[in-house]
Design a protein around this ligand. Structure first.
Ligand SMILES: *Cc1c(COP(=O)(O)O)cnc(C)c1O
Length: 238
């Protein structure tokens, strides 16, 4: 069979297979860690991949979708408004994007400074939407990759909680050149510190295609998976 219908069917089969493989990895990692797989949310990070891919995955039960660019995320959220998806904004955030992001995102993973919390709180208030915020923690001190220094995280968490946003927990991207288990163990200790003041802040967003086992082993409650689901990223054609 050839033609667009056949291509769509092939892509659907491909995504069903990669999803099965990722779910098996998550399940095995949970078994190894003595955890229940229901404790770990899979977020499909769809950046650069078309809305049709997300629609296929939604049909297979994936309802959490991650994006890292506002313009792309907003367009896909509009195109897929007929589905009950939960949009996660995982990219670096600028103050001037907060209003737009607050229009579709339910979880924002990348708040790393007080100004962003204030801007996002104002935007959430304006749009009338409840937004869950994760404080992004820098595990390697490299400011280009985003994240607050660990020492600043408790105060930033307090600021988020006091701003009227829902403090959900913490997020980190894997630091370069550090063993992921060691880095995620550190993140888990930071998360425990936050929970002592904010018991509802239970989300630990950590682990991607390459290291989700290490993250789950250290208590991640949410993994952000792109490549292992969608394949290698190319610039999106519009
Ligand atoms: C792209 C991205 C991911 C997914 O990474 P993969 O290695 O493709 O699984 C996860 N988190 C963030 C913040 C990202 O930008």
């Amino acid at each position: 069979m050839t033609g667009p219908g056949a291509a769509a069917a092939r892509r659907a089969d491909e995504l069903a297979a990669t999803l099965r493989a990722v779910r098996e990895r998550v399940a095995s990692a949970c078994v190894a860690a003595g955890r229940d797989p229901s404790e770990v949310t899979l977020v499909a990070v769809a950046k650069t991949f078309p809305a049709s891919d997300i629609r296929h995955l939604a049909g297979l039960g994936v309802c959490d979708v991650g994006e890292n660019r506002d313009q792309e995320a907003r367009a896909k959220a509009a195109e897929l408004a007929d589905l009950e998806l939960v949009w996660h904004y995982v990219g670096q955030l600028q103050r001037n994007k907060c209003r737009s992001v607050a229009g579709y995102a339910t979880v924002v993973h990348s708040v790393d400074r007080p100004g962003l919390a204030a801007e996002l709180a104002a935007a959430a208030h304006h749009t009338g939407r409840q937004i869950t915020v994760l404080v992004q923690v820098s595990l390697d001190g490299d400011p280009r990759r985003g994240g607050a220094p660990p020492a600043d995280v408790p105060r930033l968490a307090d600021t988020v909680a006091a701003s009227g946003l829902q403090l959900g927990g913490v997020m980190a991207v894997p630091p370069l050149g550090v063993d992921p288990s060691t880095a995620y163990a550190r993140l888990a200790r930071i998360a425990a510190g936050i929970r002592s003041a904010h018991p509802q802040a239970r989300i630990i967003s950590a682990g991607m295609s390459g290291d989700l086992e290490a993250a789950i082993g250290q208590g991640a409650t949410l993994v952000r998976v792109g490549t292992a689901l969608f394949g290698l990223r190319r610039p999106m054609l519009r």
